[in-house]
Write a protein that binds this ligand. Structure first.
Ligand SMILES: Nc1ncnc2c1ncn2[C@@H]1O[C@H](COP(=O)(O)OP(=O)(O)OP(=O)(O)O)[C@@H](O)[C@H]1O
Length: 240
């Protein structure tokens, strides 16, 4: 059965005089990957932060697992990866993973297997004992993604998880995301990579503070009479 994991209804968010989100409607069902795309500054991260209750809305309702956000208890069931990495520089990759695993309430007996699994998904197994201060930007993104994956959360909310990650690893990460979806778990993901948008079950296009289009990639391509999601994006923006 399809459950609604995220429901955003008439979401409004203002920063001073700027109304970033005017009327955002979006839902994420169980067992699907929803991609949120839109030009830089369109408000994708703001949608995510209001969904998580990290930003207070100026109107509308955000519910996650049928509960109104913000709700601290729900956060344990959500794997969130922000655009900026929240890592402890002085600790190793492994120590960071252990820290977050404990915060998420993982049992001691699960710890090693779980860390090994998430580290291999992002190809960090050989670098786990290095201090994060010596990591490259891409390695930090990979560690942040590994942290979000810890504990098999029912819902993953990923803000541009593959920035700075090379194509082979990106493919491996998408394989993992697809198998998470196949387990009936859900993913809301923002991306600038249009090839990744093609891999989502549904794509929402955020423009002028609204979700201008929201459907399966193939349906969007048909609606806009184009061959790729990149062209959907460009046509919606009015770029010929
Ligand atoms: N805390 C804040 N205070 C003031 N303005 C903000 C704040 N957060 C976001 N904004 C503004 O809201 C708008 C949307 O920002 P947001 O980061 O949500 O966009 P985005 O679509 O995620 O962009 P990008 O693709 O570049 O990451 C921008 O104009 C940004 O300057």
């Amino acid at each position: 059965m399809e459950n609604t994991m995220i429901s955003l209804k008439h979401l409004v968010k203002k920063f001073g005089n700027q109304t970033v989100l005017k009327d955002v409607n979006l839902d994420v069902l169980s067992g699907e990957i929803v991609g949120l795309i839109g030009p830089s500054g369109a408000g994708k991260s703001t949608v995510i932060k209001t969904t998580l209750g990290m930003e207070v809305t100026d109107g509308g309702i955000a519910t996650v697992f049928d509960k109104t956000m913000p709700n601290r208890q729900l956060l344990a069931n959500i794997g969130y990866m922000a655009q900026t990495d929240a890592l402890y520089d002085a600790l190793s990759g492994k120590e960071n993973l252990i820290f977050y695993a404990k915060m998420k309430g993982l049992k001691k007996s699960e710890l090693n297997n779980e860390i090994e699994h998430v580290a291999s998904v992002v190809d960090l197994k050989d670098d786990l004992n290095k201090r994060v201060s010596g990591y490259s930007g891409g390695m930090m993104r990979r560690l942040s993604l590994a942290i979000a994956l810890l504990g098999n959360p029912k819902l993953l909310i990923l803000d541009e998880p593959t920035v700075g990650i090379d194509p082979a690893l990106r493919r491996q990460i998408w394989k993992e995301l697809s198998s998470i979806r196949d387990e009936g778990r859900s993913i809301l993901i923002t991306t600038h990579v249009m090839d990744e948008a093609e891999l989502c079950d549904r794509v929402a296009l955020l423009l002028d503070g609204k979700v201008m289009a929201f459907d399966k990639p193939d349906v969007l391509k048909m609606q806009y009479k184009v061959d790729s999601i990149e062209d959907v994006f460009l046509k919606a923006e009015g770029v010929e």
